[in-house]
Design a protein around this ligand. Structure first.
Ligand SMILES: CC(C)(COP(=O)(O)OP(=O)(O)OC[C@H]1O[C@@H](n2cnc3c(N)ncnc32)[C@H](O)[C@@H]1OP(=O)(O)O)[C@@H](O)C(=O)NCCC(=O)NCCS
Length: 214
């Protein structure tokens, strides 16, 4: 049996709690601690201590070489992206974390720093970029392309050959018709039924999904 790798989690909120479950289920890592805001240092998340804040990152990075971005992402991807870039610049490892309760085809690609939560299904020919959240029960059908820094929420369905650009948020239970392209920086609301191409930067919602002003 391989020894477990020490891992530090960055962001100690609700998403972190869910990721902890996934990390524990992999059996591959020992969670060495969590980094969050200074006021939360000493508190625990699912039994793991918040051991530092941003000012401790450089010091912790001397000892711990494997990190995971556990900040959530609803509207903007900026915070998760900044963290990813910071950790890359520090030469840290950001492995993809794949729940053993998910199914990822051997003919699919999941890039680093992406977490695939419980009961996700990623089918043949699909590709997921770096630093994404593929949340609980999402379905990515054959040949789907998801860019970098995206959050595909709980129970979202991306049908065959859908393309999602970078920094997108696809809401819970959204359904995207096969073959549709969603460009960069798009937000699709919970339950959106996306039947047409979505231009960069738009927010869409409803069935059929239409541009909404938020
Ligand atoms: C799309 C979304 C991001 C917009 O949030 P917001 O900026 O706070 O927008 P508001 O709530 O002010 O809504 C603006 C308008 O769009 C409508 N709207 C918002 N979300 C909608 C949705 N999912 N479906 C249909 N209409 C929606 C609102 O009713 C409102 O309409 P009005 O102007 O006629 O009153 C949000 O509503 C949403 O769907 N978030 C996703 C939640 C989710 O999936 N979480 C998963 C976490 S894993």
């Amino acid at each position: 049996m391989h020894p477990k790798t020490d891992i530090i989690l960055y962001g100690g909120g609700g998403h972190c709690m869910s990721v902890i479950d996934v990390i524990e289920a992999t059996g591959q890592y020992r969670i060495a601690g969590i980094v969050d805001i200074k006021a939360k240092v000493g508190q625990k998340v699912s039994g793991y201590e918040i051991i530092g804040s941003d000012e401790d990152i450089a010091r912790l990075a001397q000892t711990y070489k494997t990190w995971c971005v556990t900040i959530g992402q609803i509207k903007g991807a900026a915070k998760r992206m900044e963290s990813y870039r910071l950790f890359k610049n520090l030469g840290l490892q950001l492995p993809s974390i794949i729940s053993p309760l998910s199914y990822v085809s051997k003919n699919a690609v999941v890039m680093e720093s992406t977490v695939v939560m419980h009961h996700v299904l990623i089918n043949a020919g699909a590709q997921v970029g770096v630093n994404c959240i593929i949340n609980t029960k999402a379905l990515l059908e054959h040949e789907v392309r998801v860019g970098h820094h995206c959050h595909i929420s709980t129970s979202a369905v991306l049908n065959g050959q859908v393309t999602v650009g970078d920094e997108c948020f696809i809401g819970s239970r959204a359904v995207v018709k096969n073959g549709i392209t969603i460009h960069n920086n798009v937000i699709a609301g919970a339950g959106a039924v996306v039947l047409n191409e979505v231009a960069a930067g738009q927010t869409v919602a409803g069935n059929p999904a239409k541009i909404i002003t938020v």
